[in-house]
Design a protein around this ligand. Structure first.
Ligand SMILES: Nc1ncnc2c1ncn2[C@@H]1O[C@H](COP(=O)(O)OP(=O)(O)OP(=O)(O)O)[C@@H](O)[C@H]1O
Ligand code: SF4
Ligand SMILES: [Mg+2]
Length: 333
């Protein structure tokens, strides 16, 4: 992945959930880094550990979840902080969340409070980390509402979340996230709940913000089509692991892992848009409670070999900036 000094480095991250039903290996040894101002797309089916990875970076893993191993290194002007080592309830991580890293969620009501006006919520977010008067913060909030394309922002300031459409709410949440001018914005399936037209508008908006604010983005989606328009680099997650990573053009031209190839096969073409969903890969993601031996994709893989059921392939280099975890691309162990 192209990078001089990374903004964030995730190294050997393992996040497990210790429940009555056993231990879920939700994130099971993940490595990636994001350089300043770059967008990393994270793609994979439901349950593969995308959101848990994002929450770990935000310091939001709650019991029964636990960061079991690994580092999340945030590089800043004053040095490097390991987010994985911070007290999840401490001041330091709260400070990072307020000023360095912001997150937008699939469902805007996760971060918008239904009983407060949207403008006031943005003002509070601004006042948390900036030394402004309330009236200055109010002007800033109105500017932000305008920047995310909300018409008549002065009037909208006084609206409650339920008075906005889904797309508007998403924009308001983006405005709130951008209010701290974060160096890293995590977008967890920010457009999945929206219809196709509004989805395209919100994606355009995010691309524009990325240019204007020089923000790095971790963009999570189950839709490779969306990744194509947003990301510089891509990691593909399957069952808590990264199975392939490459620059975006490379992965679309030369997908190496059978899982990535399966996801590619399920991108709707222009002629049957909406008619097909992610059903081209037969079967389902195995349970993270199962701890099955071998390659996690073996039960669904059309190329599975005997070795695949015994050994788990490492993520190894298969091309420039391109890695894949598959025995088809490495000498048999
Ligand atoms: N609070 C929890 N308790 C137990 N297991 C959990 C908890 N949260 C997540 N998990 C486990 O972690 C795994 C990964 O979840 P995660 O939310 O990261 O998936 P995802 O890739 O974001 O999926 P989706 O596309 O559906 O959002 C899930 O299979 C789930 O079993
Ligand atoms: S390691 Fe084997 S089972 Fe896993 S993806 Fe490659 S060929 Fe398929
Ligand atoms: Mg998720």
């Amino acid at each position: 992945m192209a990078a001089a000094e990374p903004l964030i480095e995730v190294k050997g991250l393992k996040v497990h959930f210790h429940t009555e039903d056993g231990v879920a290996l939700a994130v099971d040894g993940v490595d990636f880094s994001i350089a300043p101002e770059r967008t990393l797309g994270v793609v994979g089916e439901s349950g593969c550990g995308k959101s848990v990875t994002a929450r770990a970076i935000m310091g939001l893993i709650e019991p029964p979840g636990r960061i079991e191993q690994g580092e999340i290194l945030l590089h800043g002007p004053d040095g490097i902080v390991d987010i994985a080592g911070l007290d999840p309830r401490g001041a330091e991580i709260r400070d990072i969340r307020g000023t360095e890293i912001a997150m937008i969620f699939q469902e805007p009501m996760t971060s918008l409070n239904p009983v407060f006006k949207i403008g006031d919520q943005i003002v509070e977010a601004i006042l948390l980390h900036e030394n402004l008067s309330r009236s200055q913060a109010r002007e800033r909030a109105i500017d932000l509402l305008a920047a995310v394309g909300i018409p008549m922002p002065r009037q909208r300031f006084d609206h409650f979340p339920h008075q906005l459409s889904g797309g508007m709410r998403q924009r308001a949440m983006i405005a709130m996230a951008m209010s701290c001018n974060p160096r890293l914005l995590i977008a967890d399936e920010p457009t999945t709940a929206l219809d196709v037209t509004i989805q395209a508008q919100v994606l355009d908006l995010m691309n524009a913000l990325r240019r204007d604010f020089n923000t790095a983005i971790l963009f999570i989606t189950h839709d490779l089509g969306v990744i194509a328009g947003m990301a510089d680099d891509v990691v593909v997650m399957y069952l808590g692991k990264i199975v392939e990573s490459a620059p975006v053009r490379e992965i679309f031209r030369h997908p190496k892992h059978p899982y990535t190839q399966g996801l590619m096969g399920s991108i709707p073409s222009l002629t049957d848009w909406g008619a097909r969903r992610l059903t081209a890969i037969e079967g389902v993601v195995p349970s993270p409670f199962a701890h099955a031996q071998g390659c996690g994709f073996a039960p669904r893989c059309p190329h599975a070999m005997e070795v695949c059921r015994r050994r788990s392939p490492d993520l190894l280099k298969v091309g420039p900036g391109h890695t894949a975890a598959c025995f088809l691309h490495q000498a048999a162990p």
